[in-house]
Design a protein around this ligand. Structure first.
Ligand code: DLL
Length: 433
């Protein structure tokens, strides 16, 4: 299988370490000089970027978290003036203050290159027709895949979030060979094909580039058998770039992280200690080449481990294993990152008191759904059906409107909800059981 940038993807680990250190120095300098948030941190610690000469010095630097980015909304974390920013995306999280991410021309070039590396590792070539069924909008998914696919000369179909039947028609008529989407949408397509009586073997589809949400080996087998394709896991985080940070090769033994652009660490999410190679913990990434939006030790919240053993494909870049969960309460439903604190804020606005609630994610017939269980308001008896129905409807429409997705609401008596919370916690993800 071809390797796009052999000089980087297969370089000796000691050479890679040297390259990472040089790029790290320059990235830290950029952050120090141009982002007051980072300058303040360095000044507080009485260090300058030149003091960071090896990985152990680097570990003295604090982590960057999502709330730091939100506190600097919208442009406070940009390291270049807006005239050098040629693209702006935001994170998908449900919050009044999303993170705004900027890209210089060079950032976009690197992004397309990294996607092109992943496509090449998955055996995609200029002969392929790639149907990008990620939503084209502020979300990073579609544009990332789109430009990477163009970079290798494949024919790109920006199918975006067209209805499922239209997606199938496009797939049939335009002879798509590669599908880029989320695993859950791949399953919805499989189900619809079955319902329409279309045999997937009659399609030209051969590969699925799937990511943006948690999925399991079982789901993978299900998708591969039902769509009759080979699937490749693709990992990305919008704040750091989008898709392209890590992707699987044809060995299917983990996702190669583009370590010449991102420096990975695994930490214990509670003690924040850096863990040894192979240990499972939270993935922390530092950007090495981002010009507009450098991030130092960004806590992704994703649980995984790193495998440094040689890969049969010849690439020397470390492989991250399938993400198995999150260290925080973030739930990703239909590609939207749901923050429980935001749901709490909305409920507070409606209720005026401290809300008691539980968020439940389900998967029925391959469709993800979100239910919010809310306590019946104190001043309403559980028997006042009509009033309750009005209250439930108000919560349902407000949550659905503010989260931008359909939300079901279930009212529970205080005691029942307390028992549920004790048993399963504030966030209950039934999809992975
Ligand atoms: O989901 C970027 C992306 C687009 C990745 C298209 C792959 C394909 P965000 O919306 O910022 O960005 O969500 C990032 O999604 O922290 C993980 O929790 C989760 N995630 C992304 N890829 C995977 C994956 C995009 N392959 C958050 N497996 C991350 C499991 C994933 N979780």
């Amino acid at each position: 299988m071809a390797i796009l940038e052999k000089n980087f993807e297969c370089c000796q680990r000691d050479e890679l370490g040297q390259l990472q250190l040089e790029r790290l120095q320059s990235s830290l300098n950029r952050a120090y000089k141009s982002v007051s948030f980072y300058r303040h941190i360095f000044d507080q610690k009485k260090i300058v970027p030149e003091d960071i000469r090896n990985p152990s010095d680097f570990r003295h630097l604090p982590f960057t978290a999502r709330h730091d980015l939100q506190a600097n909304y919208p442009y406070g974390m940009f390291a270049v003036p807006l005239r050098e920013v040629v693209r702006i995306h935001t994170t998908t999280e449900t919050s009044d203050t999303p993170t705004v991410i900027g890209y210089t021309r060079n950032d976009l070039k690197n992004w397309a290159n990294l996607i092109a590396r992943f496509l090449t590792a998955a055996g995609v070539t200029d002969e392929d027709v790639i149907q990008v069924s990620f939503h084209y909008g502020l979300f990073t998914g579609a544009f990332g895949l789109h430009h990477g696919a163009e970079r290798i000369g494949a024919s790109v179909i920006p199918a975006s979030s067209q209805q499922t039947d239209k997606q199938i028609r496009i797939m049939q008529d335009y002879r798509s060979t590669v599908l880029a989407t989320t695993p859950s949408y791949a399953l919805i397509l499989a189900e619809r094909l079955e319902a329409l009586g279309i045999d997937p073997k009659t399609l030209m589809l051969k590969k699925g580039l799937l990511g943006a949400e948690l999925w399991s080996d079982k789901t993978r087998r299900d998708i591969e058998q039902r769509l009759f394709i080979e699937t490749f896991d693709s990992y990305g985080v919008s704040e750091l770039m989008g898709p392209g940070i890590a992707g699987e090769c044809s060995e299917h033994a983990g996702m190669h992280i583009a370590e010449d652009h991102f420096l990975p660490e695994i930490i214990d999410p509670l003690s924040c200690e850096v863990l040894p190679p192979g240990a499972t913990g939270e993935l922390v990434l530092t950007t090495l080449t981002r010009e507009a939006f450098p991030l130092i030790r960004y806590r992704t919240g994703d649980v995984t481990s790193l495998d440094y053993s040689p890969c049969a494909c010849g690439r020397t870049m470390v492989r991250m294993q399938r993400v198995t969960g999150r260290t925080d309460d973030v739930l990703i439903v239909k590609g939207i990152n749901i923050l429980p604190q935001y749901i709490e804020t909305i409920l507070l606005e409606i209720e005026g008191g401290v809300p008691h609630y539980q968020i439940v994610a389900r998967r029925d017939h391959n469709r993800d759904s979100l239910e919010v269980r809310v306590q019946v308001p104190e001043n309403v008896s559980f028997d006042e059906i009509k009033y309750q129905e009005l209250f439930r409807e108000r919560v349902r429409t407000t949550l659905s409107h503010r989260l931008g997705m359909r939300v079901e609401v279930k009212l529970l008596e205080r005691k029942t909800l307390e028992d549920e919370l004790k048993k399963s916690g504030k966030v209950l993800d039934l999809r992975l059981l």
